[in-house]
Design a protein around this ligand. Structure first.
Ligand code: 5AD
Length: 480
């Protein structure tokens, strides 16, 4: 039996691609392993959005030097954005690597590995499928309860945000036909999936392929409506990442009308300064963003927003940064991913230099973190005492609270409609995975909520046999 091990870096798109890579390998007779010394193929699915991600990859590959010396037949492969970005140059730089494969070439991986195993020199395959785009299908994992799954609706990016390497590493926008998307969602839901996240670099720019125009801004909302209507068993429908430019009245209406959409959207803003938004080529102004955020927040009671922010973009002054801080407050983000600007090859911003010092970037980043943390805590604290619906994703990584006898309870966690993490303790012998249940929030942690079910767990959530559960949950062992 051939075995593979995959290490994934970066975004959800990469997490999703790694699953497709697993499927392609499984179809070729591979089985997964988590022990490198047993693997015939070790693959790194890489990210190049910031330089730090590239450093991580280089050092991760380096850790396999002793293994490669001992077992030279182990094939090392690099997939994803770094493969696409560097192409063959990466093979020269990383002498341990045998195969490079771009995001659009995943199906060719087994053949490339075979060639290398047959004595071929290191091989690179990084060609975009621009003329005839393919979208690999997600299949439900067998033998494992999967509550949440991703479905790709578009790939590539036609935006030209001046800081971003993604248009270079993922190519031009390509869209998947609605029929295929709906069929994949339906198949996943039939297989037990409860929550789908639609994926795309600018997911809400989706439109039916072949229709050249972006004029009809109701296309993505229409896709959401179609999924909601045609797949009634779906409990939650998320999408990531939307571009603020495509947050239109029809998308807001979809949030108002479709219960399957959560009361939360992650909407990257990047900066609160108009001067910088222009230099970033974001194609909206602060006021446009605020207006769209307000429209979404008005669609549902308690609607929350999270965002991405870059500090230290070329030319960012203290004044610009203060604009970002005030925007965070004005919009009321409940969380944010915050990054220091990292100059990337092939990006328009390269010619702007990198004139904000590392110290200033660090200092702004920590002020921003503080502001975001404060708002996140205030948001979570305000929820104590309220009731919320939770879709449980599985056993919690946290232990049940100390006062309860350990063996009598198990802790499950899931997400509320607003995407807040909620932990709940239930009597041992229940498995809440995949159930939507109401919880009363009893406590706010730093980044999550603790609650209790408002009714006894339903009989359908009773685990068939404790032994069966024990293999994949953290059920405490009696007497420990
Ligand atoms: N430097 C820092 N952060 C970046 N991002 C994208 N490119 C860069 C860069 N060059 C951030 C943006 C984006 C997120 C995925 O990564 O905030 O939304």
């Amino acid at each position: 039996m051939k075995r593979f091990l995959i290490q994934t870096f970066g975004c959800q798109m990469n997490v999703h691609d790694s699953r497709r890579i697993e499927e392609v390998l499984a179809a070729d007779g591979y089985a997964p392993t988590d022990q490198p010394e047993l693997a015939d193929l070790i693959l790194f699915n890489t990210c190049s959005v910031r330089e730090k991600a590239e450093h991580k990859l280089r050092s991760a590959v380096g850790t396999f030097r002793p293994l490669k010396r001992q077992r030279p037949d182990t094939v090392l492969a690099v997939a994803g954005c770094m493969a696409q970005e560097h192409g063959e140059a990466l093979l020269e730089e990383l002498d341990l690597v045998d195969v490079l494969i771009g995001p659009d070439n995943i199906p060719e991986l087994p053949a490339l590995v075979r060639s290398v195993q047959g004595g071929a020199p290191p091989l690179a395959r990084t060609v975009f499928d621009l003329d005839d785009p393919s979208f690999l299908h997600a299949t439900p994992r067998t033998g494992q309860r999967e509550v949440c799954s991703f479905v790709t609706v578009m790939k590539g990016c036609d935006e030209r945000c001046s800081f971003c390497i993604v248009p270079h590493t993922r190519g031009a926008e390509r869209y998947r036909p609605a029929d295929d998307i709906v069929a994949e969602v339906a198949a996943l839901v039939a297989g037990g999936v409860r929550e789908i996240t639609l994926l795309g670099q600018t997911v809400n720019s989706w439109h039916e392929p072949g229709q050249q125009s972006h004029d009809d801004e109701s296309q993505f909302p229409a896709l959401l409506r179609r999924i909601a209507t045609e797949v009634p068993g779906l409990l939650r429908l998320r999408y990531t990442s939307p571009h603020p430019r495509h947050v239109t009245p029809s998308l807001v209406a979809a949030h108002r009308e479709l219960e399957v959409l959560p009361a939360h959207v992650h909407l990257p803003v990047q900066s609160g300064s108009d001067r910088l938004l222009k230099r970033m080529i974001r194609r909206y102004r602060r006021a446009d963003y605020v207006e769209r955020a307000r429209a979404l927040q008005g669609a549902r009671p308690g609607f929350t927003l999270s965002t991405d922010i870059i500090v230290g973009f070329p030319g960012e002054t203290e004044q610009d940064f203060l604009q970002t801080l005030t925007l965070v407050e004005e919009v009321g983000f409940v969380s944010a991913f915050c990054f220091k600007y990292s100059p990337r090859p092939y990006t328009p911003a390269l010619k702007l230099g990198d004139d904000v010092s590392e110290e200033v970037k660090s200092e702004r980043l920590s002020r921003l973190f503080e502001q975001v943390e404060r708002q996140q805590q205030a948001h979570l604290d305000a929820l104590v005492g309220t009731r919320t619906r939770v879709l449980f994703e599985g056993p919690s990584k946290q232990s049940p609270v100390a006062e309860l006898p350990a063996a009598a309870t198990a802790r499950f966690s899931g997400r509320s409609d607003r995407h807040d993490i909620v932990h709940v303790d239930v009597p041992a012998g229940f498995d809440l995975t995949g159930h939507v249940l109401e919880a009363r929030v009893t406590h706010a942690n730093r980044h999550s909520l603790v609650g209790e079910l408002t009714a006894a767990p339903p009989e359908e959530a009773r685990a068939p046999a404790v032994e069966e559960l024990a293999g994949r949950t953290r059920l405490p062992v009696l007497g420990s």
